[in-house]
Design a protein around this ligand. Structure first.
Ligand code: FDA
Length: 317
């Protein structure tokens, strides 16, 4: 984990920084590296190419922390149209187990943060999305946001899972609570995407040192792989990818008994290698014009990403 990460995430929260980053044409080049496009028309050729390369996809319509009901409704409408377009590309089951096409969604984009009835609105919007996804043979996974939303998000997931047991959830290994959440959510049919965690979190709730986060990830991964659900190993870290493969052998999971997941634009060669070796490999593909929060989390997690951005800013890229 990048030692400058907390400082970068703090700076990214300032409106002045946001104006500066979104106002410079150079940013567009960086955005294109991590984001598949601003519209569905730009997204579709990208995901078609990923599917043709033997990888599976999870598409995220960018947006978070909606405090306006009309915006939450518009986000739901965009997801419903997206599912239609993705189903035409290749919904249905991969290897008898996994849907090749998935959407990822942040509950704060579906209304969770609305001042009045946010929890109920997000839960109902997620249910509507799952109805549509089930008809289309597309999976849905709920992203994890900052720790103040974890209880509400897992509460919504539990409610909607009663009707749609294939609904996935994300757990963040940097949170102290996550090992216990893994025990609770490692049962049959439970799809859990395990990631390190990308937000700025206080000492009271989250491990801060990279080595502590990796150790926590390894403990959580062992619980999920030894459990009865479907682990989704969301990491670019070679240590964790190797650990997942070792645990798969130890627990008798075959290559479709779990999946590797990486972000669009990161370690493309490794993604192709894993897919070519017969592993289930899914790429998380964001699109939309609300890319600021997503981009700053990518810049914060890796010095090389930040250096790429700074070089571009001074015209050396
Ligand atoms: P990390 O960034 O610590 O990198 C570890 C090692 O991986 C590096 O030392 C290097 O060896 C290798 N590596 C990483 N990037 C590389 C590159 N570009 N080239 C070469 N090597 C590289 N977070 C969250 O809070 N909520 C969420 O819902 C999600 N959802 C999500 C979905 C998916 C599919 C993924 C992959 C990730 C998320 N995340 C997330 C983000 C996640 O929490 C985390 O911030 C990033 O994945 C970065 O952590 P890594 O585990 O990849 O390791």
């Amino acid at each position: 984990m990048n030692p400058l990460r907390p400082a970068i995430l703090a700076a990214a929260g300032s409106p002045r920084m946001k104006r500066m980053l979104t106002g410079t044409p150079v940013t567009a080049n960086i955005v294109r590296r991590f984001v598949a496009g601003e519209t569905r028309d730009e997204l579709i050729p990208v995901v078609r190419e990923l599917l043709d390369s033997g990888r599976m996809i999870s598409v995220d319509f960018l947006g978070e922390n909606t405090t306006d009901r009309a915006q939450a409704d518009a986000t739901l409408a965009e997801y419903l149209a997206l599912i239609n377009d993705l189903a035409a590309l290749g919904g249905g089951l991969e290897g008898g187990a996994a849907a090749r096409v998935e959407v990822s969604v942040k509950l704060s984009a579906l209304g969770q943060a609305l001042p009045d009835g946010g929890h109920a609105t997000a839960t109902e919007n997620l249910r509507i999305l799952c109805v549509k996804a089930a008809q289309a043979g597309v999976w849905v996974t709920v992203d994890a946001e900052d720790h103040t939303t974890t209880d509400a998000t897992l509460g919504t997931v539990r409610t909607v899972r009663a009707e749609f047991p294939w609904l996935g959830a994300v757990l963040q290994a940097y949170l102290h609570r996550t090992e216990a959440d893994c025990w609770e959510l490692s049962g049959a049919e439970s799809r859990i995407r395990l990631c390190k965690g990308a937000y700025r979190e206080p000492h009271a709730v989250a491990f801060q040192r990279a080595s502590e986060v990796t150790d926590s990830y390894l403990r959580c991964l062992a619980i999920l792989m030894r459990g009865h659900g479907y682990p989704m190993v969301a990491s670019h870290d070679p240590v964790l990818i190797t650990a997942a493969e070792r645990l798969a052998i130890e627990t008798g999971r075959d290559a479709v008994g779990f999946e590797h997941q990486m972000l669009y634009g990161i370690r493309d060669v490794e993604q192709l290698r894993l897919a070519a070796a017969g592993n289930a490999m899914r790429v998380y593909v964001p699109y939309g014009n609300q890319w600021y929060g997503y981009l700053t989390r990518r810049l914060a997690e890796r010095p090389a990403n930040l250096a790429f951005f700074l070089r571009a800013l001074v015209g050396d890229s």
